[in-house]
Design a binder for this molecule. Structure first.
Ligand SMILES: *Cc1c(COP(=O)(O)O)cnc(C)c1O
Length: 726
């Protein structure tokens, strides 16, 4: 006999769920997700896994009735207890190792943050990294606030038209349906700040996204008192022309600092994630000048407060603005400074005296930060060469740009199947009746799953057998194939195409599945694998050892070359001999990414070295047993050890682009036919590819605990946030 819940407890649980939905912690805890999913299974799917929207779907009355089901109430209670445990855990790593940051946090500025599919305000890897940085800062319990913009139309959604051409469309995000809250003052009114833009001023308010224990503030210019063009300034991620862009960056940098001041937050460090945020330095300088400091002293002190991470070895990737545009966009702001405008422009030029040189945000950021870093070892080297011009008196090895290799937030990238698998494994080893739903008391799943010790055990067949790992691989591959078929079916229905496709014959659940998904920037060379087209067709259609491909990715709206790549791959998937062996999933986002990095056997990466600063999607693959097949660029150059995946080519790059493409395509084909395919299909009498699974074990031991934002955030704390220049 179970007692009915008291009215007080019902209210407590309902309020608890509401709070839970408004904290992104649920995005990396599958038990919390299951609670929302159980409330409305269809809503969970149709609303794209949005806990806030699901909760709004369910009436208060329904919720109270549903909570009278003892098993469900118990699940909710357990989840809320786990959430409270996470929020209150003490002491945190940050308490012990970075107590100074607790009262004076790191303020991390980024033009985009990728947290989850419900809040699509990231364009790509840069934003995903920022989101993972925030999640791991929360896990570590360091003092941290994020600052970005709320783009109410987000990043574009991709649709493919009848010509296989990418079309962009935008949907309006409704704040009340998103995991964020308005930032209010003590009286309950929105906190409103102002920023000078062009000749005028714009007002903005902010939204707070709760990411576990930390907050990320999103600035929003969409206010009635603003003129139309300012209201639309925060419409889209990197929306519009260079005027929009410079004004968005002014809002982010200058406005971001003002918001933090208005909230009484006193950061000890300002971290600029890429040059977009670099105008924050000018606001810090302005504050100091207003307090009576000299320009030189203000520059020096600002420099002592800032750190900068550069993300691109692509020349065009660095924001540059003409002097005219600077004058136009920053006119009123600069007029407030008791310093000639020409003097400010010098801060963004390699050669301050060269009036023809454009204002470069990276140069400003490098000049006004006490420390700077690149995002992998090779990228560090490339960046020191690239920016040696700023330090003419130093040899290239002494250019002050270090590196911290990127990582991922491990739990956030595990899909439910994968998390449940590891949770069962962890509980199983303790015997004592632990199940996926209820881990034995005292077992810190979070610490375990992130520990090198846990992943070291993957070398041990006693801990996990080949059979178990292979069963997991099969399950994940099937889930991906079914996901792809469903997505393709929906796309066909939308295009109202009549011609018959047997969707259940697309992709083969037994075949070696190769995935490629990322932004379709041309340097990433999505079509490289098809350079040897006839040979690849032969491989794909080999009845004994078939291979197949799953592609996804968006091209920048103005990148026609990238769109042609997409068109070409779509064309191959529909009309060539690869039909049935190659699919393109539309509208790549973090949900698609999570499915693909789990379900594929091989994660293909073919950047034109050394243009991939780090790359992170390959890091997401390891915990699900997907192996990397990649050019030795970015993180893979550090991760690959000869036993834990596959390398295309060597630790070197050819001199000309044409030569490089030719050599890389040939190397790719060679490693595919000589290593990857034979290893995958070399089966024992039980049908198990022992050597392949050995590589999976090696990848889990050597890569998974290493390439995480848990490791990365700690490095930032120790090397950049806490240390001051001597
Ligand atoms: C991880 C991820 C990226 C970054 O992938 P790269 O390998 O760095 O290109 C981009 N977009 C989405 C949606 C991702 O999940």
């Amino acid at each position: 006999m179970t007692e009915p819940l008291s009215s007080r407890e019902l209210t407590e649980l309902a309020e608890g769920l509401d709070q839970l939905a408004r904290n992104l912690w649920w995005t990396w805890d599958e038990r919390a997700q299951e609670v929302f999913q159980e409330l409305s299974p269809r809503g969970w799917q149709n609303l794209y896994h949005n806990a806030v929207a699901v909760l709004r779907e369910v009436s208060g009355q329904e919720l109270r009735v549903r909570l009278q089901e003892p098993a469900f109430a118990e699940k909710v209670r357990k989840t809320l207890r786990a959430f409270a445990g996470y929020m209150q855990e003490r002491p945190t790593w940050g308490d012990l190792h970075a107590p100074a940051l607790r009262s004076c946090p790191v303020a991390y500025f980024s033009a985009e943050f990728g947290f989850h599919e419900t809040l699509p305000i990231a364009a790509g890897g840069l934003g995903i990294l920022a989101g993972d940085h925030a999640k791991s800062a929360s896990d570590a319990g360091i003092g941290f606030v994020g600052v970005s913009l709320f783009y109410r139309e987000g990043y574009f959604q991709q649709a493919i038209d009848a010509e296989n051409w990418q079309r962009e469309y935008y949907t309006l995000l409704a704040p009340k349906n998103l995991p964020m809250e308005p930032v209010l003052d003590e009286k309950g009114d929105p906190v409103v700040c102002r920023v000078e833009l062009g000749m005028e001023e714009a007002a903005f308010h902010a939204w707070r996204v709760n990411v576990g224990r930390v907050a990320v503030y999103l600035l929003d210019c969409n206010r009635e008192e603003n003129q139309r063009h300012f209201r639309d300034l925060t419409l889209r991620v990197y929306g519009g022309d260079s005027t929009t862009r410079i004004m968005q960056e002014t809002l982010l940098g200058v406005g971001g600092v003002r918001l933090l001041r208005a909230l009484g937050i006193r950061p000890s460090v300002f971290h600029m994630n890429e040059g977009h945020a670099a105008f924050l330095t000018l606001e810090l300088v302005r504050e100091k000048l207003a307090a009576g400091m000299s320009f030189e002293a203000a520059l020096a002190q600002t420099k002592a407060e800032c750190v900068f991470t550069t993300h691109t070895p692509v020349e065009a990737g660095h924001d540059r603005f003409s002097a005219e545009l600077m004058d136009y966009a920053m006119h009123r702001f600069c007029a407030r400074l008791p310093v000639p405008f020409a003097r400010l422009l010098e801060l963004g030029r390699v050669n301050p005296q060269n009036a023809h040189e454009q204002f470069c945000m990276t140069v400003l950021a490098l000049r006004l930060s006490r420390a700077a870093n690149a995002v992998s070892e090779l990228h560090g080297r490339v960046s020191r060469h690239m920016w040696q011009c700023l330090y003419p008196d130093r040899p290239v090895e002494e250019v002050p740009i270090g590196h911290i290799t990127n990582g991922i937030h491990l739990l956030g990238w595990m899909k439910g199947t994968v998390r449940r698998f590891w949770r069962n494994k962890l509980n199983g080893q303790f015997g004592a009746g632990g199940t996926a739903a209820s881990p034995p008391a005292g077992l810190d799943w979070d610490a375990c799953i992130n520990s090198a010790e846990f992943w070291k055990r993957m070398a041990d067949p006693e801990f996990i057998s080949d059979e178990e790992l292979w069963a997991l691989r099969y399950k994940l591959r099937r889930e991906l194939i079914e996901f792809a078929r469903r997505r393709l079916l929906i796309a066909r229905q939308r295009q109202a195409q009549e011609d018959f496709i047997a969707f259940d014959q697309l992709l083969n659940p037994d075949a070696l599945t190769i995935g490629f998904a990322r932004r379709f920037a041309t340097y990433k060379r999505a079509p490289l694998i098809f350079q040897q087209f006839d040979k690849v067709v032969q491989l794909a259609r080999d009845p004994a050892r078939p291979i197949q491909f799953v592609f996804a990715g968006k091209a920048h709206p103005r990148d026609d070359e990238g769109k042609r790549y997409i068109q070409y791959i779509l064309h191959l998937s529909k009309y060539s001999d690869l039909h049935g062996h190659l699919v393109f999933i539309e509208n790549y986002d973090v949900h698609v990414a999570r499915q693909m990095v789990s379900g594929c056997d091989v994660w293909l990466n073919t950047p034109r070295r050394p243009l991939e600063a780090s790359g992170t999607s390959g890091m997401k693959a390891g915990c699900a047993g997907c192996l990397n097949l990649s050019i030795l660029d970015g993180w893979w150059r550090e991760g690959y050890d000869g036993t834990n995946g596959f390398a295309i080519g060597e630790d070197a790059h050819a001199s000309s682009v044409e030569e490089q493409d030719r050599v890389d395509a040939a190397n790719l084909y060679r490693v595919l036919t000589e290593e990857v395919i034979p290893l995958f299909y070399q089966r024992d009498e039980k049908g198990i590819p022992r050597q392949w699974i050995q590589r999976i074990r090696r990848a889990m031991v050597t890569l998974v605990p290493q390439f995480t934002t848990r490791r990365m955030v700690r490095e930032y704390v120790e090397k950049y946030y806490l240390t001051r220049p001597e």
